[in-house]
Design a protein around this ligand. Structure first.
Ligand SMILES: Nc1ncnc2c1ncn2[C@@H]1O[C@H](COP(=O)(O)OP(=O)(O)OP(=O)(O)O)[C@@H](O)[C@H]1O
Ligand SMILES: [Mg+2]
Length: 226
C-alpha cells in the first residue's frame, strides 16, 4: 500500500455527438495522498464535474484507469463498485441532493443503512456528526425546512458518516454566501483531517481553493498545478 487515496493514469474522456466529438479530458494522470486536500479549478466546461464523476465511478473514462485505495475501479462489477463506493467514498454535490422524504438524521444515516447497519444503530452513529456540523436541533426536520447552508452542512455530514478514505465535492459552496461557504469548507477540512480523509473539491471560489493543501487546474483537457 503506497498511502495514496486516488491514483489515475492517462485518463481521457471523449463525448461523441454525431460527427462532433469533444475531448474533455486528454490523458490526465495524478495522485492524491491519504489525508491530502486538493482543489480542482478551471473555467466552466473545462471538465471538473466529468473528472469527479469518473473518479467516483459514476461515469466511465474513454481510456485510462482509476485506483481508489489501491484498487482499480475500472473492471469492477456494478455491485462491487457500489460496495467500494459506499465504504471508501463520500460525495458532496453542488445542490446537496438530500432525500426530501427523509429527516435530516435519516439522510445522514443513509450511507450506513445502505451499508447494512440497522436503522436505529445507524441513527445513533450519525447523530454525533450532526452535532459537529451544528445541526443537533434539526435531527427530525425535513430538508425543505433547513436553510441552504444548513442543508450543505447536512450533506457534508452525510458524506463523512462512513469515515470514507476520500471525499469528492463538486462545487459544494456554489450556492452559499462567502461566510457560509467558509463554514462548510472549514468543516470539511477539519473533519477530514481527523480521519486522514483525502478531499478533492471542484470549485470556482479562490478562497475555497486556498483552504486546500494544493490546487490543480484543468485547461484544454490537461491538468496543471496552479
Ligand atoms: N453527457 C454529455 N454529453 C456531451 N457532452 C458533455 C456531457 N457532459 C458534459 N459534456 C461536456 O463536457 C464539457 C465538460 O463538462 P463539465 O460538466 O465536466 O464541466 P465543468 O468544468 O464541471 O463546468 P462547470 O464549472 O460549469 O460546472 C462541457 O463542454 C460539456 O458540455
Ligand atoms: Mg461542474
Amino acid at each position: 500500500m503506497n498511502g495514496s487515496a486516488f491514483k489515475c493514469s492517462s485518463l481521457s474522456k471523449k463525448y461523441s455527438e454525431t460527427e462532433d466529438s469533444i475531448l474533455v479530458l486528454d490523458g490526465i494522470s495524478f495522485e492524491v495522498a491519504a489525508g491530502e486536500s486538493v482543489a480542482l479549478t478551471g473555467s466552466s466546461g473545462s471538465g471538473k464535474s466529468t473528472l469527479l464523476n469518473i473518479l467516483a465511478g459514476i461515469d466511465e473514462p474513454s481510456s485510462g484507469t482509476v485506483e481508489l485505495k489501491g484498487r482499480m475501479i475500472n473492471n469492477l462489477s456494478d455491485s462491487q463498485l457500489a460496495g467500494l463506493r459506499n465504504r471508501e467514498l463520500g460525495f458532496v454535490y453542488q445542490f446537496h441532493h438530500l432525500l426530501p422524504e427523509f429527516t435530516v438524521l435519516e439522510n445522514v444515516a443513509m450511507p450506513l443503512i445502505i451499508g447494512g447497519m440497522r436503522v436505529g444503530a445507524a441513527k445513533r452513529s450519525a447523530s454525533p456528526l450532526l452535532e459537529k456540523v451544528g445541526l443537533e436541533h434539526r435531527y427530525s426536520h425535513m430538508p425543505k425546512e433547513l436553510s441552504g447552508g444548513e442543508r450543505q452542512r447536512a450533506a457534508v455530514a452525510r458524506a463523512l458518516v462512513n469515515k470514507p478514505s476520500c471525499v469528492l465535492a463538486d462545487e459544494p459552496t456554489g450556492n452559499l454566501d462567502a461566510r457560509h461557504a467558509q463554514v462548510v469548507i472549514d468543516l470539511l477540512v477539519e473533519l477530514c483531517a481527523e480521519n486522514k480523509t483525502a478531499i478533492i473539491v471542484a470549485t470556482h471560489d479562490t478562497h475555497v481553493a486556498k483552504s486546500m493543501h494544493r490546487a490543480l487546474v484543468l485547461r484544454d483537457g490537461k491538468l496543471f498545478s496552479s
